[in-house]
Write a protein that binds this ligand. Structure first.
Ligand SMILES: C[S@@+](CC[C@H](N)C(=O)[O-])C[C@H]1O[C@@H](n2cnc3c(N)ncnc32)[C@H](O)[C@@H]1O
Ligand code: SF4
Length: 339
């Protein structure tokens, strides 16, 4: 059955049926009312999918490499946690959903739609609310992405990292630049104007010329949003170990600062506005979800590597939220609450 939210999308697309019309009418009324929702009843939602196909050499995000993911169980748990946190937070309106990872493009589309549906069933959500997903080039074929689109995704963030295969290898990525270009083309046909690319700079042995070439490469093929991240050396990663052992060296601080400045200038020249440290958008294609973090908006985090920031209904009852009555108080991954 169509969710309420996707019912509205279908209506907008010209699909007519009595049941969706009734659902849409209810939802439209709900949305009208939601205009009155005060800011402390509004939040964005981050959903963490914790699995990857391979561990990249630089990444210490919370992730697991598994060939035997229990998708049924994951769907059940993520839906349950979403419902629980929405209800406990007292949030009445969700502005955007972001599926991050790990590699959420490895999740089953049914998991994504179950979560999107459960949000739109529980709280008000605009029919065109931003629903983003991070994707890796090796799990972003056209058909797969089209299934995610049907599941409710309307914005995609693709991890390209570099257009040079030697750097992709050094970073431990499991794709080539050609794989990334193919995935990008598929993404642009399905989510026109709503595709973002991630690139990394400050990679071992990377020169200013290498970086300039990557920037020109990305500007040739990109859509309207680009994220440029400085490589951070993270404890526990292979890159950290190799660096400690003196086997790799990173560009020095001045070189890395130059890379950033070159990027900022080139992006501006190409019509991209820097709306936070690492993110650039043109034609107003900022990520609503990302902007909300940077402007102090409330967010709820669901999944094993997520955290949140929101005020509780009724004031500072942090303790009762962390340790609900009768519980043994063992969930230390509960949300941190600014009240
Ligand atoms: C955690 S990943 C999740 C999305 C997806 N798995 C991917 O690799 O694109 C999100 C972004 O964080 C970047 N990232 C992870 N560790 C990083 C680090 N140590 N320094 C800079 N960027 C990093 C990734 O390269 C990616 O672009
Ligand atoms: S960078 Fe992305 S694909 Fe690589 S290990 Fe981290 S989350 Fe997984």
């Amino acid at each position: 059955m169509l969710s309420k939210r996707r019912g509205i999308l279908h209506l907008l697309n010209g699909v007519r049926s009595l049941s969706t019309n009734i659902t849409n009418k209810n939802k439209a009324e709900e949305l009208m009312n939601s205009k009155q929702v005060p800011q402390d009843k509004e939040a964005t939602l981050y959903i963490h999918w914790p699995y990857c196909q391979k561990r990249c050499h630089y990444c210490n995000f919370n992730k697991y490499i598994s060939q035997n993911v229990d998708h049924k169980k994951m769907k059940k748990c993520l839906v349950r946690e979403t419902k629980t946190l929405l209800s406990m937070s007292g949030v009445e309106r969700v502005k955007s959903i972001f599926f991050g990872g790990g590699t959420p493009s490895l999740a089953e589309p049914a998991t994504i739609s179950a979560i999107v549906d459960c949000v739109s069933d529980a709280v008000a959500m605009a029919p065109d609310a931003e629903v983003s997903m991070e994707a890796n080039p090796t799990s972003a074929e056209w058909f797969r992405l089209s299934e995610f689109k049907t599941a409710g995704i309307n914005r995609l963030s693709l991890g390209v990292q570099s257009f040079k295969d030697s750097f992709l290898k050094l970073l431990g990525r499991n794709h080539s630049s050609l794989d990334a270009l193919r995935a990008l083309e598929a993404a642009k046909t399905l989510f026109p104007g709503k595709v973002s690319l991630d690139l990394i700079f400050g990679i071992p042995n990377q020169t200013l010329t290498d970086w300039k070439e990557d920037l020109e490469g990305v500007l040739k093929v990109c859509d309207n949003h680009i994220s440029l991240y400085q490589l951070t050396l993270e404890r526990g990663t292979n890159l950290f170990k190799w660096h400690q052992a003196g086997d790799v060296s990173l560009p020095n601080a001045d070189e890395t600062a130059d890379m950033y400045q070159i990027a900022v200038d080139r992006m501006a020249e190409a019509g991209f506005r820097r709306y936070e440290v690492s993110n650039f958008a043109r034609d107003d294609s900022v990520s609503i979800h990302n902007l909300s973090y940077w402007t102090g908006g409330q967010y709820i985090g669901v999944g094993p590597g997520a955290h949140g920031r929101f005020a509780l209904p009724g004031g500072n009852n942090r303790e009762s939220f962390l340790w609900p009555k009768g519980s043994k108080g063992t969930d230390t991954r509960a949300q941190f609450l600014d009240v």
